[in-house]
Design a protein around this ligand. Structure first.
Ligand SMILES: Cc1cc2nc3c(=O)[nH]c(=O)nc-3n(C[C@H](O)[C@H](O)[C@H](O)COP(=O)(O)O)c2cc1C
Length: 211
């Protein structure tokens, strides 16, 4: 079946994208406005885009045309944010922070979440989160009237001690993090516990003639 994106409405295009590009990691973003009012919300249009410099990107939409989501407004205002990653035990709290609250609502309070201070940025990190990245805004790429891609440079990463396998060599026990990913529809998620390993093939090995 061919779905020609020029011939279908925006909500159908969105549906096709989010029901096929799965699982998507979730950035649980803590930001604050110029007055210091805190905000938290999850975003699954999220990934890492470079290691050097360390860059993450988050696609942020609007609550209504011309009314960008509070996270984006805050990040444009103060240029700082924290990306917390979501483990399964935090799923329900994360879902509370996704409620379309009025601007100025502190979703961290609504969800009963405690925070810890960040080192380089003003917004705090979520205490229960296994991984938190302190970020500063590089730029917002305007993607249309209702969407923007927030690009952030990661200044520091906090990993809970129990998930660090070898600090000197920066080895994290990824499987133990228990992170979840967003799947299709409004409410489906995936666990990251069904893993398999496949080492990369060095070119020299690929070219070696078979004996
Ligand atoms: C798991 C999950 C992922 C989400 N991903 C996105 C996303 O990538 N982009 C987006 O604009 N909204 C996304 N949302 C919806 C926002 O979290 C929601 O609109 C939230 O109220 C925005 O809050 P804010 O206005 O405080 O920034 C997602 C919601 C959930 C539950």
């Amino acid at each position: 079946m061919l779905f020609d994106f020029a011939a279908i409405p925006a909500n159908a295009r969105y549906k096709l994208l989010v029901s096929t590009i799965t699982p998507r990691p979730i950035a649980w973003v803590v930001s604050q406005d110029a007055g210091g009012r805190l905000n938290a919300a999850p975003f699954s249009f999220f990934n890492a885009f470079a290691g050097d410099p360390p860059v993450v990107g988050i696609g942020m939409g609007s609550h209504a045309p011309g009314r960008p989501k509070d996270s984006r407004l805050n990040i444009q205002e103060t240029r700082q944010f924290v990306v917390n990653l979501v483990s399964e035990d935090l799923a329900a709290s994360m879902n509370v922070t996704a409620i379309e609250f009025e601007r100025g609502t502190n979703e961290l309070l609504e969800a009963g979440l405690t925070t810890l201070p960040s080192l380089h940025v003003k917004p705090p990190r979520i205490a229960g989160s296994p991984v938190a990245m302190e970020c500063e805004l590089i730029q917002v790429v305007e993607l249309g009237p209702s969407s923007g891609l927030v690009l952030g440079r990661v200044l520091a990463m906090h990993v809970r001690d129990e998930f660090v396998a070898d600090a000197a060599n920066h080895v994290v026990n990824t499987a133990k993090l228990g992170l979840i990913g967003r799947m299709h529809g409004a409410g489906w998620y995936a666990r990251t516990s069904d893993l398999f390993e496949m080492p990369r093939i060095p070119l020299a090995q690929w070219k070696k003639p078979a004996k």
